[in-house]
Write a protein that binds this ligand. Structure first.
Ligand code: UD1
Ligand code: CA
Length: 450
């Protein structure tokens, strides 16, 4: 079957109350329009066309050149939206599948069954819903010659009568679609051309087994509902793959995230695009991880933010650590509470257990970074590098003023501000010598009359 898809995505989305075009709102980490494009692609359709209007440039910028665009200058309804591609449809000989850009739950399986089971020149997907508000209604039984129902499963006569809707998904012979579009008008209160009006004699309604996939997102409550379902479905897939998702309704995972077996994920974790979690890792509550790899058996403790970073196996991060882009930990590392890293490489077994900033640094293996250490990498104009050799011990409250290099096995005394190179095996210390003045406090208090 020669099929092109036309995705309607020009509408204003007034009820979203936003400058952003509705179809670019994310449902579970992905703009809604992507779900329609991917469902069509997964159904094997190569010729993908999108009707754009409101926020046209933004939609175009997002989808790029993998689809064709048709601009609907004024949004005069779904029928008018299809009309904006009429030249292409006229020159096309085959089936036109029409989808809405605001239906993120639609699956390629359903589209495939719809395309297999219908034969009429115009067909649409119907479903039974409790509340038909906002959907086009199917009036059936009135004129069987107008709509022939293709059942996906046997429904009782009673079931069939209640609230059948037109989901807005159509499959039409290109020539017949052009004919029917010519016959619709905007003679209604809204002055819109309704695509529902192409339903006339010689139409099939494909009755889907349930209404799950046809939620059309008109406002943010619908969006939250759709996103919740997508997230829940992903949680179930990971559960089946051997991942302990402790609270499947509070698990926010993008669709391209890879999680290996025996991983445990506590509630309220966000795993965002490009993330990989290796075997046996545990991710505690409140973490957000984006474009990062977490090695086998790592523990990411509560409330960490990790982006564009690599955490080698058997490491412990957090609680409350931030790994900014370019943090590469080789493995068996420990970053404790209130540690921030950016563009660093840290060798095997090195640690920074508390209250530390490490930026633009190369740190060897088995290095201990004491509490309160700061790499002073920025002079207000340029950024500079700190290099710390294997086995270095950095005492607490040390400032490393970059560019600076610390040789292997060196030891830096607590409270030192290091501005010059420290050779291997040396002690680096910058401190005023301590003096104690005996009896000073009581004399001072007496002077103050206390
Ligand atoms: C539409 C359908 C309804 C269907 C419902 C499913 C019509 C008349 N109504 O109603 O049968 O049950 O969707 O959610 O067809 N769009 C344009 N240009 C326009 C108007 C809309 O491209 O001028 C696009 C929107 O961007 C959106 C889709 O068409 O992706 C549906 O538009 P919307 O305004 O949400 O239609 P509904 O009133 O929900
Ligand atoms: Ca809608």
């Amino acid at each position: 079957m020669n099929v092109m898809v036309l995705i309607l995505a020009a509408g204003k989305g007034t009820r979203m109350k936003s400058e952003k075009p509705k179809v670019l709102f994310e449902a579970a980490g992905k703009p809604m329009i992507d779900y329609a494009v991917e469902a069509a692609e997964d159904a094997g359709i190569k010729d993908i066309n999108v009707v754009i209007g409101s926020g046209a440039e933004l939609v175009q910028e997002h989808l790029g050149d993998k689809v064709n665009y048709f601009e609907q200058v004024n949004q005069k309804g779904t029928g008018d939206a299809v009309m904006s591609a009429v030249k292409k449809i006229e020159n096309f000989n085959g089936k036109v599948l029409i989808l809405c850009g605001d239906m993120p739950l639609i699956s390629s399986d359903t589209l495939n069954r719809f395309m297999e089971l219908t034969t009429a020149p115009v067909a649409f997907i119907s479903a039974k819903v409790k509340d038909p508000k906002g959907y086009g209604r199917v009036i059936r039984g009135i004129d069987e010659s107008v709509i022939k129902i293709v059942e996906e499963k046997d429904a009782t006569e009673d079931e069939k009568r209640v609230n059948e809707i037109n989901t807005g998904i159509y499959l039409c012979d290109s020539a017949e679609l052009v004919n029917r579009l010519k016959n619709i008008n905007n003679d209604n209160a809204q002055g819109e051309y309704y695509l529902t009006d192409i339903v006339a004699t010689g139409t099939e309604a494909f009755l889907a087994p349930d209404d799950k996939e046809f939620l059309g997102v008109n406002n943010r409550a619908h969006l939250a509902e759709a996103a919740g379902q997508i997230w829940r479905k992903r949680a179930e897939e990971h559960l089946m793959n051997g991942v302990s998702v402790l609270a499947p309704d509070n698990f926010y995972c993008d669709d391209d995230v890879l999680i290996e077996e025996d991983v445990t994920i506590y509630p309220n974790v966000f795993l965002e695009t490009g993330t990989i979690i290796r075997k046996g890792a545990v991710i505690y509550p409140g973490c957000r991880i984006k474009k990062s790899e977490i090695g086998a058996n790592c523990e990411i403790k509560d409330n960490c933010l990790i982006q564009e970073s690599f955490v080698g196996k058997d490491s412990q991060i957090g609680p409350m650590a931030q790994l900014r882009p370019g943090s590469v930990l080789k493995g068996e590392n420990k970053l404790g509470n209130f540690v921030e890293t950016k563009k660093i490489e840290m060798g095997l077994g090195s640690k920074a257990s508390h209250l530390t900033y490490l930026g633009d640094a190369e740190i060897g293996k088995d290095v201990n970074i004491g509490c309160g250490t700061i790499t002073c990498n920025y002079d207000g104009i340029n950024k500079y590098k700190t290099i710390i050799g294997d086995g270095v011990f950095v005492g607490s409250d040390v400032q490393l003023v970059a560019p600076v290099e610390i040789g292997k096995g060196a030891l830096i005394a607590a409270g030192s501000t290091i501005t010059k190179e420290i050779p291997a095996d040396a002690l680096g210390i910058t401190r005023a010598e301590q003096r104690n003045i005996e009896g000073w406090v009581s004399k001072w208090k007496k002077k103050k009359g206390k």
